[in-house]
Each structure stands twice: as C-alpha cells, then as structure tokens.
Design a protein around this ligand. Sequence first.
Ligand code: ADP
Ligand code: MG
Length: 385
Amino acid sequence: SNSHNAQAAKPNQWLGLLGGGQLGRMFCMAAQSLGFRVLVLDPAANGPAGSVADDQVLADYMDDEGLAQLAARCVGVTTEFENVPALALDTLSKSIPVSPSAFSVGIAQNRIDEKAYIQKCGVPVAPHAAIRQTADISIALEPLLPGILKTARLGYDGKGQVRVKSLDEVQKAFVELGQVECVLEQRLPLLKEVSVIVARDSMGECATFPVAENHHRKGILATTVVPARIDESMGAQARANAIAIAGALDYVGVLCVEFFVVDGMGLVVNEIAPRPHNSGHYSIDACVTSQFEQQARILAKLPLGSTRQHSPAVMVNLLGDLWFTPEGEEREPNWPAVLALPEVKLHLYGKEQARVGRKMGHITIVAAELERALEVAQMVRDILG
Ligand code: ADP
Ligand code: MG
C-alpha cells in the first residue's frame, strides 16, 4: 500500500543489527540482496555476521557509544540474538525504530511471562508452576510430575533443564540450577514437535510460513521437515495461533512459535523466539521469500513477500561434531560428495573453530517430492558420518 511506500527505506540506507551470529549473517545477506547496507553491533570481531556485514561496531550490547553510532547511521535496528539486553533495545528505541520491541523480547526472555501471555491469547501451554524459592516446592506440584524443571531465563538447546520424577528431585534440581527463578512443567506425551514462523509488519500485516516439523538430538535441532506431516486443520490452527500470539504482543518482526503435538491434547505452545529461527532456515531455499528477507522488509517498512513454499524441503543442521573423527581427530567433512547430490543447498556460517554441539552450518535438501528429500537427507547423513 502507499503508506508503506512513503516511509520505506531506500536502497543503500543502513539497517542495524544487534548480534553477530549465523542468524545475523543470513539477515545481512538477505538485506544486502534488497540493496541495503547492514551495520552490525557485536563485541566479537570476525563473527559470522560481522564478516559479511557492510560495517561493524565492535562494542558491547550495552555500550552507550556503540548504540549511539547505530542510532546515528541506521534507519532501523533489529536483533538476531535472543538474550540481547532488552534495555539496549529500549535505549535505541528513543532515537530510531527498533523491532522487535524491548517489551516483546522481554516477554520471550522469561518462560513464566511467556506462558502467561500465550494463555491470555487463549492458546494452550503445558501445565506448569513458577518456582522462585524453595518454599514454592510443595505437595501441590505433584500433578505436574513427572516433569521438567527449566530455568525461567537463558535456557537454549536443552540447557538449563532437569527431568524430575519426585518432589525430592525437584528440590535437588532447583539447587543444581542455582536456585534461580524456574518453571516446573508437566512432561507431556509428544507425538511431534512443530513450529511456525510468523512475520508481522508495523501495520499489523502478517504472513506465516508453512508449518515445520522438528526433530532434535541431545536437545539441539537436528532436522526440519517441511511441510510437517500433520493434518491440514492442525496446520491451519498452528498458523492461526502464531498470528494470535504476534498480534497480542503487537509484535513487529519475525517470530517463531514452537509447538508440541500432544497425545490427547492437540497443539500446545512450547516457547516463542523473538527472531528468525533455525527451524525456518528451509525458507531460504524452499520459499519465495525467506524469513530473513521478511525481517529486512519489515525493518525497511517494505511490504511482506510471499511465504509460498515452492518445493518440499528437509533441513539438516551441521554441528561441529562432524568436524571430528570418532577418535577425536579434526577433519573436514566431505563437501564435494555432499554437493554432488543435485538437491543439496549448503550453507556454512564461516566459523573458524569447530566444537562439539556448535552450529557450523546447515544443508537444505530441495526436491520435487518430500519422499526424495527425505532419501537425500539420509544420503547426506551417511556421507557426513
Ligand atoms: P530450549 O529453550 O532449550 O529449546 P525447550 O523448552 O524447547 O528448551 O525444550 C527442549 C526440548 O525438550 C523440547 O524441544 C522437547 O523435545 C523437550 N521438552 C521440553 N518441554 C517438554 C515437556 N513439557 N514435555 C515433554 N518434552 C518437553
Ligand atoms: Mg526450544
């Protein structure tokens, strides 16, 4: 619409990014493809985003001078890093548009607030209770067992979580987690895990991506299959829930909503991430517009693009484990063999040092049929060992 055009950023203007990881790298590439320049603020030099950005401010996220530079040079600022200090976003928002807002990011940074907000939209979450002190551990929690005790803040890739079967174990786990604010969740019988990426612009327009089906290994996303193998009405429900949550937060930007498909309960929201998400990487190669391009369009006040998926896809994460032999010797994965498969799209993040569990890149397999994509994913795993 015309109101978009009036405020839209112009080519060669600067978009600002807080954070320097792989999500930021892929944002840079998408924004640059649209003709923008990207200024990254990150304390580390030569990171995945900094090394492709047009320029970098080498400073801490809370550094006033660094934030002032971002505000002076950019037309808007976004983030790629879930635990970016909400205060940094708040400070920036006094001088330039910031999306997502400090408020939305703050909600997503605390599992207790997050669940309260989602429930307020009428969307189910796992039965849970907040545990802030030892006195909160009482017989009233018994219906939540067996459960999972999670730190309310700073958990990722399964870190900050302990499985518990008795109140005694809850007590022990609470101490083990440092007696920080926690949430005890009932352990649900999961049939599947799926996620929806929703892009919502400053005018409230929304576009959801096709539902992704996620498979984890050791608490880390291993594989995403799209379209998810769930029935159509559940898929539509997941997308509607994602839009409802984004709307309730008055969210501006790209938001990931992770769901459990629970035996006997249907869809339950697990958590939300206020940024592009690993489970949406397939959109780069399999959709008309990627999640990163949507993030850039939203920041630049341009219309959202089509999220139509043109090919079935399987995304395979490449963890640092693949850079080591079973004996622990360093090796280079066999890229020529993988790239000889015509359906393979390889994305490496430019990280210099491989470590076990570290996200080094991903492969998207784009095929005419999902069956073929799944077959090629197995071939890729066999080659990479
Ligand atoms: P993270 O922030 O580390 O991604 P999550 O809360 O998403 O943490 O939990 C990681 C994984 O643990 C989930 O993807 C799911 O497989 C499992 N899990 C988490 N909560 C529950 C639950 N309430 N019931 C069953 N499985 C769960
Ligand atoms: Mg998760």
